[in-house]
Ligand binder design. Structure first.
Ligand code: ADP
Length: 584
């Protein structure tokens, strides 16, 4: 029994021993295989372009087989085919290779592959040491003896095909097929990575090119461009902006918000620039704000027009601005032209005034003389039928027309003269103390004389109407508004002039029953040369300066002026005047 037991245990030992030897061999083989795959894997991982992947692949395959060439076909439009020879190959062999690849590819997953196109796009990636030899006579034969095709897959997608070729028959051992497939998988992943990297690099290059082009556009823009961060510190000034803001000597490196810069700087206009930037940072879009950015005292100093808008991130339109983008335009030459134009208008108006004064004076003189003569005739020749039939009566009527047209011309010339005064800030006021009610009454009286179809009412609602203001200018304002009230109510009607009080200031309302003003135009009516473009107002003469000058006079006094439309029947012009001038 013992011996049996003994012999059994011996048997078991010997069985264990033999299987142990077998296992030791297998473990060694697996370890060897893993080391091999590990080395290959590392080579593929280190490959940074497709050529390095080819080198790694060739090296790995050459450790398994001795063969003539391998190839990699990659899906794409068009297909990419790289043929990697192990030694110089004949042209016929290469052609046969392409043929074989096409037929195998059709079978695996690419039914539409075209041999001609493939031949044209194929790339012979010969290792360095071969490239010189390839140029010389080829040494290999022209026939393919054996061939192995393996699909290249990444995450179960067939991305291409690996093919191995040899001149000799039976080169590719089916026992190594599993290992070869693993190498093919490594190569597929490595090539896919290279492809992604290449695509990423191309995209990055494209984005970088776009960025550089944008930078170039910004830098070379004729308009000045200024960009700030969320605190209002300038982060970018293009060449034009640097040139335009040269006086301020802004140093971008300092990284200081404009409003802080303005506090310490003695450049007078920085304050206004900071104000514009602050408005834009608060979310407002500021349009065409003028800044005099040159030496004060020059005949026309450097004048900039600035528009600024908040910079909002594309997907966060509701949030706070991340900065401001401002465009600066040099409008000095426009100002120069404007000044020349205003000077011309002013000179011509002055020149017109002298002959006008004498026409007015002599007309008045003639009117008085003829009037006297007619009265005398009336007294002396009581027997004639009517004095109106005398030729002098006709002369008198003609002279009255000359007089009223001259007055019209005089008003026009005065408006033109006032225009340049307003433009260049020379509208000087002569303050005196007077009763506003008296001036209103005088204006109502003279407007009524020439407005037969209208009835003009005066409604004084305040007791003491003394005011310290420029009497002539205030008379001009009331006269202008009254003239318009009569002119723009062709069917006559009532005009009411009302004097009241608004928050301690005088308030004058002048209401007519005329054509009224379309609410769309209410904001523009006080702009210079602005006339309503509707058929109704086209029939009235005028140049659109009266209200522009009127507003300037009222604002110069510290008052406000506005107009309201009265539900389709006429409109009301209102203005306020402080009782005494406001000291600023
Ligand atoms: P002008 O009368 O010479 O055209 P104004 O500056 O006095 O210039 O007026 C500007 C425009 O405002 C006028 O052309 C007219 O269209 C409009 N307007 C002014 N006053 C009235 C009014 N009382 N009723 C209707 N439209 C008016």
């Amino acid at each position: 029994m013992e011996s049996i037991v003994h012999s059994e245990s011996e048997l078991r030992d010997s069985a264990f021993h033999s299987s142990h030897i077998l296992n030791v061999d297998r473990v060694a083989a697996i370890r060897q295989e893993m080391e091999y795959l590990n080395t290959i894997g590392k080579r593929f991982v280190a490959a940074i372009d497709r050529f390095q992947v080819h080198r790694a692949l060739l090296a790995a395959l050459q450790e398994l087989y001795s063969f003539s060439a391998c190839s990699i076909l990659l899906r794409g439009d068009p297909f990419e085919l790289s043929i990697i020879p192990c030694y110089p190959l004949s042209e016929a062999f290469l052609q046969a290779v392409v043929q074989r690849i096409a037929s195998a590819a059709r079978v695996i997953d690419f039914p539409h592959i075209n041999v001609e196109e493939l031949a044209v796009t194929s790339y012979l990636d010969a290792p360095d040491e071969l490239s010189t030899a390839l140029a010389q006579d080829t040494v290999a034969g022209s026939e393919i003896g054996s061939c192995l095709n393996i699909p290249l897959t990444v995450e179960n997608r067939i991305v291409g095909m690996l093919s191995l070729f040899d001149e000799h028959v039976g080169t590719f051992d089916t026992e190594l097929l599993k290992l070869t497939t693993m190498i093919a998988d490594y190569a597929a992943v490595a090539l896919e990575n290279v492809r992604l990297r290449e695509r990423e690099t191309a995209l990055w290059r494209q984005a970088e090119l776009g960025r550089q082009r944008l930078e170039l556009i910004i830098i070379s823009m004729a308009e000045g461009l200024l960009i700030t961060d969320a605190r209002g510190a300038i982060t970018l000034l293009n060449y034009s902006a640097q040139h335009l803001l040269a006086q301020a000597q802004i140093d971008l490196q300092q990284d200081i918000p404009l409003r802080s810069l303005a506090l310490t700087s003695d450049v007078p206009w920085l304050d206004k620039l900071a104000e514009i930037i602050d408005k834009a940072l608060a979310g407002e879009t500021v349009m065409n704000q003028e800044i005099i950015a040159g030496e004060i005292g020059e005949s026309v100093p450097l004048t900039l027009s600035i528009s600024a808008a908040p910079l909002l991130e594309a997907n966060q339109l509701q949030s706070y601005p991340i900065g401001v983008v401002a465009v600066l335009n040099d409008i000095t030459s426009n100002k120069q032209i404007e000044k020349l134009k205003d000077e011309f208008v002013s000179v011509v108006s002055h020149e017109l005034r002298t002959p006008l004064t004498s026409i007015k004076g002599f007309t008045q003189h003639l009117i008085r003389r003829i009037d006297r003569r007619l009265r005398k005739a009336h007294q002396e020749q009581k027997n004639i039928a009517s004095v109106g039939d005398l030729p002098e009566s006709y002369d008198l009527r003609s002279l009255h027309i000359v007089q009223s047209q001259t007055e019209h011309l005089e008003r026009l010339v005065n408006d033109l003269l006032d225009l340049s005064r307003v433009q260049w800030g020379n509208l000087n006021l002569q303050y005196t103390s007077f009763f506003l009610a008296d001036v209103l009454a005088e204006c109502v009286y003279s407007a009524q004389v020439s407005a037969e179809q209208h009835t003009i009412y005066l409604d004084i609602q305040v007791q003491d109407t003394k005011i310290l203001a420029d009497q002539t200018r205030i008379g001009q304002v009331i006269g202008n508004i009254l003239d318009n009230a009569v002119k723009y109510s062709p069917n006559g009607g009532q005009v009411t002039v009302q004097l009241g009080d608004l928050d301690g200031d005088y308030l004058v309302n002048i209401t007519d029953q005329g054509i009224g003003i379309n609410p769309v135009y209410l904001d523009h009516i006080f702009e210079r040369f602005y006339r309503l473009r509707n058929s109704a107002s086209r029939q009235y003469s005028g140049i659109g300066l009266g209200l522009y000058v009127t507003r300037a006079i009222i604002e110069r006094h510290g008052g406000r002026i506005w107009v309201t439309n009265n539900q389709g029947v006429g409109c009301t012009f209102s203005f306020t005047l402080p009782r005494t001038p406001q000291t600023s």
